[in-house]
Design a binder for this molecule. Structure first.
Ligand SMILES: NC(=O)c1ccc[n+]([C@@H]2O[C@H](COP(=O)([O-])OP(=O)(O)OC[C@H]3O[C@@H](n4cnc5c(N)ncnc54)[C@H](O)[C@@H]3O)[C@@H](O)[C@H]2O)c1
Length: 255
């Protein structure tokens, strides 16, 4: 067994969704630095192309809206065909619609957050598992939940938090279902991470209150600090870890 923290990632085909986002970009950069071939997926075409252009050769940008469930297989197969192997799915794409008063939550708000964050996750995970099984070499799935799966969320995030609770429950079910095929399914639960999703439209006073809630340094987690455990879960060092939720909240969430 290699003790290199990037063991098993060199040359591996990795699909990262939400790749143009704050955390997704750091995950893409982490895998590229570890020698993996990354297929970076995001609904924002120009932004995801810019991410991949900054990496050099050997990577792929794909513009795709993951609510198009019928497009998932072709998307993942494109990564397989391009890189010759597909071994890791990191699913970071999500939306958050803050509604500080629950009376303002519309049915459309509910639907879009559940569709992108939860429904698309199931179908994308299933499509990945099918391709992993086809290749017969196992695989790694890393989904994104949030501290809100446990706390219920802060800052008008009730519907979002419900979708993130579903991610943990579903990932546990998939972990048990897919273990016989050597496919692991784990989740990462960030707390307050300095990205557009967290800060957009939030008053500075509120952001400062959130920083003070974080015991490790009274600061937001950086995207790179979230990408690190993602790489670990994809590496050979995590070969016997499945169904876990890694708490990356700087001590804000204790359970
Ligand atoms: N930032 C935080 O504080 C925080 C905290 C807890 C959990 N998270 C989770 O971490 C993950 C990454 O969040 P982030 O902070 O980088 O957010 P972000 O808003 O910076 O990035 C999300 C990305 O997902 C993409 N996306 C949205 N809908 C899509 C769709 N239908 N199809 C394809 N792509 C789509 C967006 O274009 C965006 O680039 C998310 O799952 C989020 O819920 C973030």
């Amino acid at each position: 067994m290699s003790w290199n923290t990037a063991a098993g990632l060199d040359g591996k085909g990795v699909v990262v969704t939400g790749a143009a986002g704050g955390i997704g970009r750091a995950v893409v950069e982490g895998f590229a630095a570890a020698g993996a071939h990354v297929c970076a997926v995001d609904v924002r075409q120009e932004a995801v192309e810019e991410v991949v252009a900054s990496l050099g050769e050997g990577h792929l940008a794909v513009a795709s809206d993951l609510t198009d469930l019928g497009g998932h297989e072709a998307l993942l197969r494109c990564a397989l065909d391009t890189f010759g192997s597909f071994g890791v799915l990191v699913h970071s794409a999500a939306v958050l619609r803050r509604r500080y008063d629950i009376d303002d939550v519309s049915e459309e708000d509910w639907d879009i957050q559940l569709d992108v964050n939860l429904k698309a996750t199931f179908f994308l995970n299933r499509a990945a598992a099918r391709l992993f099984r086809e290749q017969g070499r196992g695989g790694r799935i890393i989904n994104f939940t949030s501290q809100s799966w446990w706390t219920g969320g802060f800052g008008g995030a009730v519907a979002y938090a419900a979708s993130k609770g579903g991610i943990v429950t579903m990932s546990r079910g998939l972990a048990r279902t897919l273990a016989p095929y050597d496919i692991t399914v784990n989740t990462v639960a960030p707390g307050f991470v300095d990205t557009p999703m967290l800060v957009a439209g939030v008053p500075e006073q509120q952001l400062e209150e959130w920083r003070r809630m974080v015991p490790l340094g009274n600061r937001f987690t950086t995207p790179e600090e979230v990408a690190a455990p993602v790489l670990f879960l994809a590496s050979d060092l995590a070969s016997h870890i499945t169904s876990t939720t890694i708490n990356v909240t700087g001590g804000q969430l204790v359970y």
